[in-house]
Design a protein around this ligand. Structure first.
Ligand SMILES: [Zn+2]
Length: 322
């Protein structure tokens, strides 16, 4: 059987988030929405439309530990017996989200936002947004969590879904593929607009791992799958996944060239590029632009088109050979 989409509200710029409900042979929910009363009410309504209540859920599967996807997991365990399933890579975010957020905030404050050239006020704004997300992250008790690994099969709707590790938006992002029915739960790996390559705190706390190159690798994995329908984390169902990825690849390529041209014309820092390339965004909404620009720069560096030099504590970019 096919999963039903239930759309839940979030307080974030992303708007609503999708969770998916398998009703038979036993009720399984994929993702939870945020931990808010509005979202909780919408979830109850969504379940009730299929004759179900929270207490009927047997399992809750989390695609990735972003707060709009797992936020209500703890609340779900308080109102029923459902076990929460998440990839081993995302486990820490569920049991200790505050600690994980603190590590990310430390990294952004000490090693990332300054070198990007953000003003102290802009840095404060980004850190405040992260602190807000951290506050909305409620930990789940370890005994209520079961982990799975890439390559495992998850039983949902009476069928086996293969777990695929698809980093780029989140390093611990997992997607689920049902080969017989050609269904794909893409979560935030395949969206109507290209997923943002979120910059994460590195394991050593200092050296950042490029996210956009990882995202493009995940696109390649996706292009190798035969998919009739994809279930995204946001927005309506996707019936043309391969075409959509092609469009997103072209857009990324064009924007990357745009970044290169700006650098050639003397635009040197991340923030200058963000302000030029995301001039159409409100100033307090440019964090997504910051991640994308850093992604384009990562691609250009990997291709050897530009080099990065730290000057006065700020990363500056130069076209190679100029
Ligand atoms: Zn996400």
């Amino acid at each position: 059987m096919n999963p039903f989409r239930i759309e839940l509200p979030t307080p974030f710029d992303v708007g609503s988030v999708n969770v998916y409900l398998f009703t038979e042979p036993e009720p399984v929910l994929v993702d939870t929405g945020v931990d808010s009363d509005e979202s909780w009410a919408a979830l109850q309504d969504g379940l009730a439309a299929h004759g179900l209540a929270v207490a009927d859920l047997q399992r809750v599967v989390i695609t990735h530990a972003h707060v709009d996807h797992f936020g209500a997991a703890a609340r779900l365990t308080a109102h029923g017996d459902a076990q929460i399933y998440i990839a081993d890579l995302g486990y820490e975010w569920l049991v200790a989200p505050k600690r994980k957020w603190a590590q990310r905030i430390d990294f952004y404050r000490d090693y990332f936002l300054g070198p990007c050239g953000l003003s102290p006020q802009a840095q404060q704004m980004v850190l405040a947004y992260m602190t807000f997300a951290a506050k909305s992250s409620t930990p789940v008790a370890p005994e209520r969590i079961t982990t799975f690994t890439a390559g495992d099969q998850l039983l949902m709707g009476g069928l086996d879904w293969k777990v695929l590790h698809m980093p780029g938006h989140a390093s611990h992002q997992t997607c689920f593929y049902q080969a017989t029915t050609r269904q794909f739960i893409s979560a935030d790996m395949l969206l109507h607009k290209a997923p943002t390559p979120i910059v994460e705190e590195p394991p050593d706390g200092k050296t950042r791992r490029p996210s956009l190159p990882l995202l493009l690798n995940s696109f390649t994995i996706l292009e190798g799958l035969d998919i009739a329908i994809a279930y995204p984390g946001h927005g309506p169902l996707i019936h043309n996944p391969h075409e959509l990825i092609q469009q997103q690849r072209q857009r990324i390529e064009a924007r990357k060239q745009e970044a290169l041209n700006h650098i050639r014309q003397g635009c040197q820092s991340v923030i200058e590029l963000v302000n030029l390339m995301y001039a159409h965004y409100p100033e307090n909404g440019r964090i997504a632009g910051l991640w994308m620009v850093v992604g384009y720069l990562d691609l250009l560096k990997a291709e050897g088109a530009i080099e990065e030099r730290e000057v006065g504590g700020i990363w500056r970019y130069f076209v190679k050979g100029d």
